[in-house]
Structures are given as structure tokens and as C-alpha cells.
Design a protein. Structure first.
Length: 239
């Protein structure tokens, strides 16, 4: 396993408790839209056994062509060891990246794609939207729906409707309205549905979609293959 040590170049406060950490892109480090990586803080491998408290799976919110690696996350007042340590990270500090995978690439199947996200989960979809806006081939339309009760909606500049490119988006600030909206869009029986958020959020979305006769094959989750059966028990493989 190769560990890529790199420097933090910028820390951007996106909202009251959400931050984006911009990192230098190491040589030979590669990723695509929808990728996540293991993001580790200094000291995680100082001992014989790695300190898992200083490692998290994080989505990469940028594309390679942007020339930098972006990691966006929420840091609450009461935070875990990882988040408390991350809170103190400054530009110039080193962090580590390793074991990078992509669970939610764009499926170019001449279908509409719905991006369903909760809060900071929308960061996972930022590079998908950018990639689509750059190349919309074999995708009919993308529609994003994000729920965030804080009303501090992220990346509103990227998630701005562009009718010329068949991209639309919605931000919703309460669960009842959000789930009512999902019931409505699930009438699109041929579409693909990407979901990012807490396990509870994912399961509730899946429940609604399956009730509306959307098949498991039409649902994409930012989950490792070994975790998919917990959410989609009848799915053999995720496309």
C-alpha cells in the first residue's frame, strides 16, 4: 500500500461548521469523479499499529483537472478525535492519502440521473456535476436534490441550474418536504438514483424508491462493495 504524504494549501470555511481542505496533488496520485480516499493526519502511523482514530474515509470534491485535491467535512463543536485534530490543521501541514476508490462514477446510459444528498454529502456530487457539465454525452439530464436544515447550502455556485446543459437542482430545508419530493421524482421509472448521506438517510431514500418500483440496479451508493448488501440485499453487483 502506497501512502501519499502531501501538504495542505488552503483551509476554506464554507459555512459555520463546514470546511474544505485543499491539498497539493502528489505525483502519480490519481482519481476520478465520485472517488473517496483514506485521509490520515500526522501521527497516524507513528506506532507499530496505525491509529485508526486519525484516519477517515473522505470523498474527494474536486476533479484532477482542477490541479488540487479537495476534502470537505463538517466539524461540530463536540467532535471526534479525528475532527478535533483536523480542526487544528493549517496550510503547510502534512496529511496522508491512501487506498483511493470510486464507488459512484457517472453512468453514461442515456438516462436521467438524480443526485440525492444530505448536508455536506453534496460534496461527493460536486465533481460529478462538474464532469457532466464538461461532458454530458450519454446522460439525458442531471437533477440534484439536497436537504440541509441549517439552510447553509454548499456549492450553490456549482449547483446552479443550467437549462442549456440539462442540469437542475433543488435545496430543501426540512425532511417532510424532501421525502415528498423524492416520492415525486421516483415517478421517473427509467432514471438512475445516486444517494449520499447518513445510513438512516440512505435507507429511507431506498425504501421510498423501492416502494415506487425503482429497482436496486438503478440505485448507486457511495459504499464499498462489501457493505452494499446491508442496503441493497438483492443487488448482485453495483454497476
Amino acid at each position: 500500500m502506497k501512502i501519499y504524504w502531501t501538504k495542505v494549501t488552503e483551509v476554506i470555511q464554507e459555512s459555520s461548521d463546514i470546511y474544505t481542505y485543499m491539498l497539493e496533488s502528489p505525483e502519480e496520485f490519481s482519481w476520478e469523479e465520485g472517488s473517496f480516499t483514506h485521509f490520515a493526519l500526522e501521527g497516524f502511523n507513528d506506532e507499530e499499529k496505525p491509529n485508526r482514530g486519525l484516519v477517515r474515509h473522505m470523498s474527494i470534491c474536486t476533479l484532477p483537472k482542477e490541479g488540487k485535491i479537495g476534502i470537505t467535512t463538517r466539524i461540530k463543536e463536540q467532535a471526534s478525535e479525528f475532527k478535533e485534530t483536523l480542526r487544528e490543521v493549517k496550510p503547510g501541514d502534512k496529511v496522508a492519502l491512501f487506498r483511493t476508490f470510486c464507488n459512484v462514477p457517472l453512468r453514461r446510459e442515456n438516462k436521467t440521473i438524480y443526485l440525492l444528498s444530505q448536508g455536506v454529502g453534496i460534496a461527493t456530487f460536486r465533481p460529478l456535476v462538474l464532469e457532466y457539465l464538461n461532458n454530458s454525452s450519454d446522460i439525458t439530464h442531471i437533477h440534484s436534490i439536497n436537504i440541509d436544515s441549517s439552510n447553509e447550502f454548499l456549492f450553490s455556485d456549482i449547483f446552479s441550474p443550467d437549462q442549456n446543459k440539462n442540469f437542475t437542482s433543488e435545496f430543501i430545508n426540512n425532511r417532510p418536504d424532501y421525502y415528498t419530493r423524492i416520492e415525486e421524482v421516483a415517478s421517473d421509472q427509467d432514471a438512475l438514483y445516486y444517494i449520499v448521506g447518513s445510513d438512516e438517510f440512505i435507507k429511507q431514500n431506498i425504501h421510498i424508491l423501492l416502494e415506487k418500483n425503482i429497482s436496486e440496479e438503478q440505485i448507486m451508493l457511495d459504499k464499498r462493495a462489501d457493505l452494499l448488501p446491508e442496503f441493497l440485499p438483492n443487488l448482485q453487483t453495483q454497476a
